[in-house]
Design a protein around this ligand. Structure first.
Ligand SMILES: Cc1cc2nc3c(=O)[nH]c(=O)nc-3n(C[C@H](O)[C@H](O)[C@H](O)COP(=O)(O)O)c2cc1C
Length: 375
């Protein structure tokens, strides 16, 4: 079935098969998760945000995060830095690493990041926005993009100016998250704000892809975002956590929830990819926990399962727990079959992750493991 989002679109020299992208997600968009998202139809996926400073120091962990699986198609990477020169240098390194497209992060609200002059700090320095994109443009011939917010605060909304600046310096794509830096997820995504940017872009001769981002948890909101803002594509973030089927849903233009059998199959495949990438280690299990918790929503008595999955120390144990659980649920049971469809019911602290110093559930314990080199 074909709908708006199912049409191909040109990103500079790259032809993307559709218009539903997976956002760069710190601590989340690793190889296993990207493989699953790609299999579910994501038209473009990204390695999480990397630090230009860490790249200049040749930080091993940062270079490890640049890994790519042989099955991955078009793959982007995102970078942030405290000044235009560092970002441009990082872009030239990432270009040589073989990424297909490079995005500049101008939206990360995390205090530690902003205090270092990175992420959304740049929104308060419009000249730096122009300079950063200009030098980055000179550093690569690959498709280049920027991801930003409406402004630093409600009082400092400058989304039209930012849009004009990145287009003037020749980005091939830009993504707007419809919130300001100071707004948390409890403030709804502002579609009017995104529309301001789309209207500014419409006055520019650029053919850059205009991407809308924020609060997309189902196909209805993706369609609303497109109709009300005029964006060319959407980028999915929290909506894909534990629900990679969202890509299929938006591409098919109708509600899609997996049966228990399908869900179980995909979850086990995710675990297999996790083992392939991180090994059968304790760290691998800890890193997988957040995904396991997100996946295991929407089926009967899943809370008790989550309570134990939250503590697993190896993935064999997780598979055993899931196998036991599978004995209790009919294979044809539809996820959220009890009508409790909302993926983001109420407030959930995990959705605040990008505002905190951590990079996701389980990090504290993982750091402890790493520092003791126990694994
Ligand atoms: C766990 C997590 C990690 C994130 N990491 C990044 C990142 O590395 N780069 C980025 O541009 N945005 C990052 N974001 C922000 C999202 O890409 C997105 O802009 C924001 O969550 C709004 O979209 P949503 O309402 O659909 O979640 C992250 C968000 C979350 C929840």
């Amino acid at each position: 079935m074909s709908n708006f989002f199912n049409q191909p679109i040109q990103l500079g020299s790259l032809k993307l098969k559709n218009r539903v992208f997976l956002a760069p997600l710190a601590g989340v968009s690793d190889i296993p998760f990207r493989r699953i998202a790609q299999e579910m139809g994501a038209g473009l996926t990204y390695v999480e945000m990397l630090s230009a400073t860490a790249i200049s120091y040749k930080n091993k962990k940062t270079f490890d995060m640049m890994a790519r699986h042989s099955s991955e198609g078009i793959l982007g990477v995102q970078v942030t830095g405290p000044d235009a020169i560092q970002v441009a240098h990082a872009v030239s390194v990432l270009d040589k690493q073989g990424f297909d497209t490079i995005d500049i992060n101008m939206g990360c609200p995390v205090r530690k990041v902003v205090n270092a002059g990175c992420g959304s700090a740049i929104l308060k320095e419009p000249e730096r926005i122009s300079q950063t994109v200009k030098l980055a443009r000179e550093a690569t011939t690959k498709p280049l993009s920027a991801k930003f917010r409406l402004g630093y605060t409600r009082e400092l909304i400058n989304v039209e100016d930012t849009t004009n600046r990145v287009l003037t310096e020749l980005v091939d794509m830009f993504t707007i998250h419809g919130r300001t830096r100071s707004e948390s997820y409890s403030t709804p995504c502002d579609l009017n704000g995104i529309q301001l940017s789309m209207q500014a872009a419409a006055k520019n001769p650029s053919k850059a892809i205009k991407v809308g981002n924020g609060d997309i948890f189902d196909f209805q909101f993706a369609e609303k975002m497109q109709k009300e803002t005029g964006c060319d594509a959407v980028m999915i973030s929290r909506g894909a956590l534990g629900n990679p089927w969202i890509f299929k849903e938006i591409l098919e233009g109708k509600r899609y929830q997996p049966t228990f059998a399908e869900w179980y199959d995909v979850l086990l495949r995710h675990i297999t990819y996790q083992e392939e990438h991180y090994g059968k280690t304790k760290i691998s299990a800890i890193l997988a926990r957040k995904h396991l918790l997100w996946y295991t929503k929407g089926f009967p008595q899943s809370k008790a399962l989550r309570d134990v999955l939250n503590k697993v120390e190896d993935l064999e144990q997780a598979k055993e727990l899931l196998k036991e659980y599978a004995k209790k649920i009919a294979p044809h049971y539809i996820r959220y079959g009890d009508g409790d469809y909302e993926m983001h019911e109420g407030y959930d602290p995990k959705f605040e992750m990008d505002r905190q110093l951590d990079r996701g559930v389980g990090d504290e314990e993982m750091n402890a493991v790493l520092s003791n080199k126990k694994d």
